[in-house]
Ligand binder design. Structure first.
Ligand code: URA
Length: 233
């Protein structure tokens, strides 16, 4: 048994407050009978409708998170704070997961969704979706590093990286654009140049640009323009 307002908000379509308003307005029925009590306990199998339309399991949800350092990108890792824990209660049980991972100490743009096919498409190696990172290193970046990244680096263990782009911003900072997402890729690439990464932040993921108005740890649903961009790529 579950509270009726929680059942509605678990779909991701309404916040808990909106759900309560809909229920109090008499627009929600359980098993065909209107119910005006947000706290009413309903059976998980009971059909719930809003204005006569079944609420369904949950709709697709697309959130942009400004990941702070110190949280892990997995949905469940004992002993660690996960990105899901940064979200509100209504987003806890609707199957959200991060589309791609950032290291615990990496900050920046993370797309959280429950749309498996979309995430799969964006992450597929065949899609070659651009990821852009702001990076700071210990050491001086130079034209040789730019050339090496452009040519496609081979890491110490023989892993071959696809050609990327390194745009120098200062002696020790740059934007690096990659079209793949190998394990610790930026750190390993720059370490192979003898310039260990001291700070890493993803600022772009495909057509999505990190909303710098989002403080670290904050999130928001993608807006219409962003949704269009990820579906029309
Ligand atoms: N490359 C890394 O090394 N770490 C990240 O978190 C993302 C890309």
């Amino acid at each position: 048994m579950e509270r009726l307002d929680k059942r509605l908000s678990a779909t991701g379509k309404w916040s808990r407050k909106e759900a309560r308003e809909l229920i109090r307005a008499g627009r929600v029925s359980v098993g065909g009978v209107p119910c005006r009590a947000p706290e009413a306990k309903v059976d998980e199998a009971a059909p719930v409708t809003v204005d006569g339309t079944p609420i369904g399991a949950h709709g697709p949800v697309y959130l942009m998170l400004h990941k702070p350092a110190g949280v892990v990108s997995s949905t469940d890792q004992p002993g660690e704070r996960t990105v899901l824990e940064l979200l509100g209660e209504e987003y806890q049980n609707i199957g959200l997961f991060p589309a791609g991972r950032l290291d615990k100490d990496t900050e920046g743009l993370l797309l959280l969704t429950n749309d498996g096919p979309l995430a799969h498409r964006l992450l597929s190696p065949k899609s070659h979706v651009d990821k852009v990172y702001y990076v700071e290193v210990d050491g001086e970046l130079d034209g040789d590093d730019v050339e090496a990244v452009r040519a496609g680096l081979t890491l110490g263990d023989g892993t071959v990286c696809l050609p990327g782009e390194l745009e120098l911003l200062s002696g020790h900072s740059a934007h690096i654009t990659l079209r793949e997402g190998k394990y610790h890729q930026v750190k390993r690439m720059l370490a192979s140049r003898g310039k260990p990464v001291t700070y890493l932040k993803r600022v772009r993921f495909g057509p999505l640009i990190l909303d710098e108005g989002l403080p670290k740890g904050a999130w928001r649903p993608l807006n219409e323009r962003e949704l269009e961009s990820i579906f029309c790529e």
